[in-house]
Design a protein around this ligand. Structure first.
Ligand code: ZN
Length: 192
């Protein structure tokens, strides 16, 4: 906790004054251009790896960067997607998977999740491909999962509407922790 308090103090002393104009603008403006859906993994920091300023990314982070397919009923992820697309009018959505993902590793290696019922239940929303086994397939599972989540996203009515009206673009990314590189799936080349 001491580390966090010291961080807050550094923010208030150094960072905030340097960006005072931006924060004054953001006090009454919330117009992010991108919805970034990433894993809760502490190593995957959306603003850091895209060098985005406050106000630029609307972020949802879930274990395994999973976005359940749309079903009627209350759901925090669905509500955030609906707000980002329907109210904030984001023009891009990035679903970002990453190397060494704990959620994907549990699936790839068939971990026993009996003691983690919430995790086991949540991972039902991951790529359902049953053929994966072992760490050699982890990278394939991470990519397949990002594609599966893009497909899940498209089942959300706000997303489907925006896609049909061509005011929204979906992107699948995979972030490699040890190199810092980002692969854009189904694109001609890596981002970096
Ligand atoms: Zn992860």
């Amino acid at each position: 906790m001491q580390d966090l308090a010291e961080g807050v103090a550094r923010f208030q002393r150094g960072v905030f004054p340097a960006k005072a104009e931006l924060f004054a603008h953001l006090a009454t403006t919330h117009r992010p251009g991108t919805l970034f859906i990433g894993c809760s993994d502490a190593r995957v920091v959306p603003e850091l790896l895209t060098q985005s300023e406050p106000g630029e990314l609307f972020v949802i982070r879930t274990a395994g960067n999973l976005v359940p397919a749309y079903t009627p009923g209350a759901d925090g992820v669905a509500a955030s997607v609906e707000y980002a697309v329907g109210v904030l009018g984001v023009r891009e959505i990035v679903v970002c998977g990453h190397s060494a993902c704990g959620a994907m590793t549990a699936l790839a290696e068939g971990h026993d999740l009996a003691a983690l019922p919430a995790v086991a239940d949540w991972l039902r929303h991951a790529d359902a491909a049953p053929a994966h086994a072992g760490t050699a397939d982890l990278a394939a599972l991470v990519r397949g999962n990002v594609r599966a989540q893009l497909a899940n996203l498209a089942t959300h009515p706000s997303v489907a509407r925006a896609l049909a009206e061509q005011r929204l673009t979906l992107h699948g990314w995979v972030y490699d922790i040890p190199t810092g590189s980002i692969e854009e799936l189904d694109a001609a080349r890596a981002l970096t």
